[in-house]
Design a protein around this ligand. Structure first.
Ligand code: ADP
Ligand code: 5GP
Length: 199
């Protein structure tokens, strides 16, 4: 029997290390992939179209929403972000685990459409450390960093919506925790019960 893949929703404050943890965890795994979002945000230095995001203008974004091409979408600190639906549906059907790195409003929309999605909240060890990482990343202005720190506090208030929390202090340990969650989720009754019929 070919199993469908699992949808894994990752949220947490910008700069917590979500993409670092996900990419460390799925390195070398051919059963997992990352969904690339569309955004109206400008690319940061070093970011490439089609790698971190598909960078599009607001008109194109609005058309994707109108044509129902996005699984979910939201505005975050003044920019629009969304998850292209087709890629996610195709990869899940191929049996791959698909990771979404999305903020809380988007996570809620996904959870309504796909209640079986695994929801994981990633946080830094402290908000001081978060600020340090955002400054060190060197991709955001001081004003944007302040906006992201205010948003981080708001997001913490919604963490109870998630199934798991990973504290990204040591990157390797955080990636190991993420892989451990995937392993445990695979053993859940609804995903394993078909085996009972085979004995
Ligand atoms: P997010 O995807 O949550 O916005 P990133 O993965 O871009 O966060 O990480 C933000 C910054 O913090 C990057 O410069 C990254 O290299 C760094 N970082 C990520 N995880 C850790 C960690 N465990 N310890 C120290 N720095 C980290
Ligand atoms: P950044 O601009 O730092 O790359 O991302 C800002 C926030 O947008 C992060 O919290 C990230 O998880 C979220 N985000 C990225 N892509 C999407 C998406 O497709 N949908 C939603 N809802 N949020 C997204």
């Amino acid at each position: 029997m070919k199993e469908n893949g699992r949808l894994i929703v990752i949220s947490g404050p910008s700069g917590a290390g979500k993409s670092s943890v996900v990419f460390r965890a799925i390195e070398g795994r051919d059963d997992a992939c990352f969904s690339i979002s569309v955004t109206t945000r400008k690319a940061r230095p070093g970011e490439q179209d089609g790698k971190e995001y598909f960078f599009i203008d607001q008109q194109r974004f609005d058309k994707m929403v109108a044509d129902d091409e996005l699984l979910e979408h939201a505005t975050y600190v003044g920019n629009s972000y969304g998850t292209p639906r087709r890629f996610v549906e195709d990869k899940l059907a191929e049996g791959k685990n698909v990771f979404l790195d999305i903020e809380v409003q988007g996570a809620r929309q996904v959870s309504v459409k796909m209640p079986e999605a695994v929801k994981i909240f990633i946080i830094p060890p402290t908000l001081e450390e978060l600020k340090k990482r955002l400054i060190l990343r060197g991709t955001d202005s001081a004003e944007t960093i302040e906006g992201r720190l205010i948003r981080a506090r708001e997001e913490y208030g919604e963490a109870d919506f998630y199934d798991y929390i990973i504290i990204n202090d040591d990157l390797d340990e955080a990636a190991q925790e993420l892989n451990a969650i995937l392993k445990a989720e695979k053993c859940r009754y609804p995903y394993r019960s078909y085996k009972l019929a085979e004995v």
